[in-house]
Design a protein around this ligand. Sequence first.
Ligand SMILES: NC(=O)c1ccc[n+]([C@@H]2O[C@H](COP(=O)([O-])OP(=O)(O)OC[C@H]3O[C@@H](n4cnc5c(N)ncnc54)[C@H](O)[C@@H]3O)[C@@H](O)[C@H]2O)c1
Length: 374
Amino acid sequence: MRIGVAKEIKPQEYRVALTPAGARELVQKGHEVLVETNAGLGSAFADEAYERAGAAIVSVEDVWGNADLLLKVKEPIAPEYGHLREGLTLFTYLHIAADEPLTRALIDSGITAIAYETVETDRGALPLLAPMSEIAGRLAPQAGADHLEKPKGGRGILLGGVAGVAPARVLVLGGGMVGYNAAVIALGMGAQVTILERSVERMRYLEQILSGRVQLLMSSSLQVEESIKGADLTIGAVLIPGALAPKLIGRDLLGTMKENSVLVDVAIDQGGCAETSKPTTHDDPVYTVDGVIHYCVANMPGAVPITSTRALTNVTLAYVEQLAELGTMGAVRENPELARGVNTIAGKLTYEAVAEAHGMDYTPLDDALAAGVA
Ligand SMILES: NC(=O)c1ccc[n+]([C@@H]2O[C@H](COP(=O)([O-])OP(=O)(O)OC[C@H]3O[C@@H](n4cnc5c(N)ncnc54)[C@H](O)[C@@H]3O)[C@@H](O)[C@H]2O)c1
């Protein structure tokens, strides 16, 4: 199979969908890998590194025009719509429930679009989203510590304290993938960490692996109210799948928080867990409301493309290999996880939640396949 790797053109996107190591794996299995000129530069991979791995460096027209399977990181943006075509399989983060023009462009083009974020295991886990949560979680205490410094407008407290001086208190709301990783890094920096979680089963697991190093408390509005008063850094990491984040921090609570404390609201991509949270960018990451510094960057992993690119390829490569080995239809029939990732195929919309979001017709994937669309 011919596998293309396009250069990302969305502003501030430095990741690339395949590392040279991944390219070599595919080449060794007998596939042809086409990488767009400078596709890896933002992640510190020169064209020569791909060439050494056996890939060919090609133009934007050739990567889209000659590939059977095209790998990307972000959804195609308007200037890329013209490249979408029947016979091509696109594998990337799509998030089309919130993007009607792209949904229409994908359907009209007849392309097969498989979304990283809807690839789902039988147990409901989202393996291609997990590494970005790990990274965002690990970045959260780092970003918080930075903005707690006095010259940045923060309280002027060091997370780890020093001998004889108490460390800062970090409150993590939600102990899932983001919350666990945030807690581990905050602990490593020497902070005193409390996690509020609402799943008892998850708390039992956290208790086992963090074995007494953090305080684990059942999340309730009263507990949030009490814990937030003492926090120097609060990290929002809650998620209710398929729904907006619960607003655990009402505006009235801000006044009870420490002056110039920091809230890193990682859950901002689902609306955020504070009433006062609104998305920010890496260029201008913080704003202050009622004396609380809000950090609400919606694409935190974008700040560390060298790590994010590798973490992404680590989880996508096995699926890419399967698509390359069996062909798109073979892989989708063989692997239900990949089948759940299919959003559009031959002009049909095959992901129900997207169809509902846009009031469009939905065709179950099995029906689309049975109709012999591909
Ligand atoms: N900003 C970014 O760059 C970025 C990057 C990755 C993930 N995220 C977001 O971070 C959020 C968390 O993601 P995740 O992968 O950790 O999800 P997850 O499902 O692994 O964890 C969420 C946790 O929140 C808990 N929870 C739900 N309601 C709660 C409540 N009221 N109080 C306390 N805990 C509660 C759940 O029990 C669960 O353990 C999501 O919104 C995700 O989209 C943001």
